[in-house]
Design a protein around this ligand. Sequence first.
Ligand code: GDP
Ligand code: MN
Length: 377
Amino acid sequence: MKTHEYQAKDLFASYGIPVEKHILCRTADEALQAYDTLSMPTVVVKAQVLTGGRGKVGGVKLARSREQVAAYAAGILGMNIKGFEVEKILISEAVSIRSEYYVSYIVDRNSKSVMLMMSPDGGMDIEKVAAETPDRIYKFTIDPLTGVPDYLARRFAFALFSDMQQVNPMATLLQNLYRLFVEKDSSLAEINPLVLTDSGNLVAIDAKMTFDDNALYRHDDILALFEPTPEEKVETEAKEKGFSYVRMDGNIGCMVNGAGLAMATMDMIRLYGGNPANFLDIGGSSNPDKVIEAMKLLLSDSQVKVVLINIFGGITRCDDVATGLLKAFEQINTEIPVVVRLTGTNETEGRALLSGTRFLVAETMGEATQMAVDITN
Ligand code: GDP
Ligand code: MN
């Protein structure tokens, strides 16, 4: 689960990580009020969207007067940044920056541990640093049993700073960020940039946190921050109906019983030169209501040009599945071609029931996939 900068900053503040003063606004009027409340000559107007790289596309502006605040707020609100519409902005205290650093904790799959990453070259070009000068990104694997005790925190802090005026607060910051990361089951806690101000203080002027979806059940406070994207909304609804559904960008809608078979189906589609529109595991059972719901889900995606139903009959018998499909499609109104591959228990009976109907019946997975791909071509 992703969160907005302002939400991550609120969490930072509650864990003692220094952030600059900021006020969340939804309108240009609110932005002006926030400017008056902060009562400092220069502020930063920042788009709040669930994606990064806002600075490069004009979503972060330094405003030096009331007029500029009004103009930038009006300009940024409603902007579209990488497909996300800006509905909220942050009016933040501007800080005078001496240098920008990168700091993050992530779950690293290779070391099966949390990893701390830091760079003295933080800021908007961190991707370039990672690509061109990777040795400028320092990585430390954290042992889950020891975490980040004082001596390690200081050692890490010395990687970026030598003056104790920064080393000490940096060590504390690294400990606090680690505590936040672990206690809230985060998968990423990133500060880019962490800045050293002209007066020698460290401030997190950007903040990004993502959380492990599978741990949200034990963090009501984090779950309350959830703002689903349109795709996530569809996925959540699907979950409530007992499906496991992930939207993709292809045009072959898949309906499969079993997660492994669903993965294999997607692989087959790619192998035959097609593109799956989704992963959809409808689970066992041939219940027509389930098929109707699953079809509604697939047809809600306007990209879908053909539906591929791939069923392996085990305990669920193929003739039952066929009967279920026929019953379901009495209630489904669509011109979209539907390819069905039935195999397993009572497969011949199942296919016989479907022959001569609206369904395109296939025997093998290869045959079914070829049919679906041919239709999209
Ligand atoms: P991002 O582009 O989405 O990562 O947004 P950031 O919050 O990281 O801001 C982008 C850049 O804007 C930063 O790297 C800074 O260089 C600049 N910036 C942000 N806030 C301030 C500020 O208070 N003062 C100054 N001078 N620059 C800022
Ligand atoms: Mn940033």
